[in-house]
Design a protein around this ligand. Structure first.
Ligand code: CTP
Length: 397
């Protein structure tokens, strides 16, 4: 699947460097040509000999290695790859990438390249959570750098949490995604999903029955077509899709902020079941029972995220898709909703009790566009997602 793909693998200095050896093997098994680069710190964890033996070629280590310059300059080395993979990517290496430093071979290659870059971070949980690292990650993502992981779990340093490098096979899958030019390659698509929770007090909230299954399936289908997907999700029942940038939110107002921060995008799909109201009388401490009285909740309307984005004066995504969950007069209500909110398409469905759609595995939708209403047969949410992703790819082509 990776036949004749040229991968420049930069191995940073971290205990996870040992996994880079298996990664080389897995990439080569799939036909990739792996050129390894080992940082000074990386050499403390794996030997140049084992790296070059597994890669079946010389390992590059030093910026000032004249033999290398005679054989192949560092500029050419950085540009001859189809993809640069940094695994493990240490906090230090990522900070250098953010700052544009070029004081060793790895950082120089990363600055000089015009190839896509995929990083697999690995570090101690505190280092990962530090605001400096999080700032750097946001900058690298905005620069178009791809990420795989890190995962949560027990770490070599004895702590527990996010920071563990993804397993070699997960990195291989991300490499395949990064190199596969699907019809949505190079397109950035925003997807909202799941319910929102609107707090009443620290322990109670108002929610709805959305499981997040349809939005997650759509995001997964878009990733499968090669899109760069930002997945803004409320507290859903189903896990988020692999390969998407996941932003977790709780309330409708948080979701709006996350959506605004994720723009610009080529398309935006609003599959979330956003609460229409939040409780203005929400208490910061648990509301206690009082004798003979029940609390009165006061509500205010939430921002309509779909309408806000649809009517943006500048930076509106080229295609905006909304959903309409209705219980009666589905097509009439959904058609009116498309116009009222200003989106391009509406995916309408009947969520009346007995249809089993809300929280279920199937969906029965009508796609409403400016050309009219198109009734799709009842199918699984995965099939709806694949078909919709296909239509989105056609629209953005
Ligand atoms: N939506 C949104 N922000 C809101 C409410 C809804 O972005 N505050 C989006 C949903 O993600 C969905 C679409 O708007 O794509 C329609 O949601 P729906 O709940 O069906 O519509 P409502 O605005 O609640 O309209 P109505 O009261 O007529 O049902």
């Amino acid at each position: 699947m990776l036949a004749s793909k040229r991968i420049l693998l930069i191995i940073g200095g971290g205990i996870a460097a040992f996994k880079a050896l298996d990664l080389i093997r897995r990439l080569r098994e799939r036909g990739a040509d792996v050129t390894p680069v080992l940082t000074r710190a990386g050499e403390e964890f794996v030997t140049p000999l084992s790296v070059s033996a597994l890669a079946g070629r010389k390992v590059f280590r030093d910026l000032f290695d004249l033999t290398d310059e005679a054989e192949m300059g560092h500029i050419e080395l950085s540009r001859s790859a189809d993809l640069i993979v940094v695994a493990p990517a240490t906090a230090d290496l990522m900070a250098k990438m953010v700052g544009g430093l070029a004081n060793d071979l790895a950082s120089t290659l990363l600055l000089a390249t015009d190839a896509p870059v995929l990083v697999a971070p690995a570090m101690n949980v505190r280092m990962w959570q530090h605001p400096a690292t999080q700032r750097n990650i946001a900058t690298l993502k905005a620069d178009g750098i791809g990420f795989v992981g890190p995962e949560s779990g027990d770490m070599a340093c004895g702590e527990h949490g996010p920071g563990r490098m993804s397993e070699p096979l997960e990195i291989v899958a991300a490499v395949e995604r990064a190199l596969w030019a699907g019809p949505l390659a190079g397109k950035r698509v925003l997807v909202t999903s799941g319910p929102t929770h609107e707090p009443i007090d620290p322990v109670r909230y108002i929610a709805n029955r959305s499981s997040g299954a349809q939005g997650t399936a759509i995001a997964r289908a878009l990733v499968a077509l090669g899109a760069q997907v930002v997945f803004v999700t409320g507290p859903a029942d189903v896990p988020p899709p692999d390969g998407a940038e996941v932003v977790r939110v709780r309330t409708a107002r948080e979701m709006l902020h996350a959506v605004e921060a994720a723009l610009p995008a080529d398309a935006a799909i609003f599959a979330a079941a956003v609460a229409d109201w939040h409780v203005t009388s929400a208490s910061t401490s648990k509301i206690k029972k009082t004798k003979g009285g029940v609390p009165t909740l006061e509500f205010a309307e939430n921002p309509d995220i779909l309408a806000t984005v649809s009517t943006m004066k500048s930076g509106r995504p080229g295609l905006v898709v909304g959903f309409a969950a209705e219980t009666d007069d589905v097509i009439a209500h959904a058609t009116a909703k498309r116009q009222r909110k200003g989106c391009d398409w509406i995916v309408a469905n009947d969520v009346s009790e007995g249809t089993g759609i809300m929280g279920g595995t199937e969906n029965d939708i009508t796609l409403i566009t400016m050309d009219g209403a198109e009734d799709w047969p009842r199918m699984s949410k995965g099939e709806v997602a694949a078909r919709l992703a296909d239509r989105i790819a056609q629209a953005l082509a």
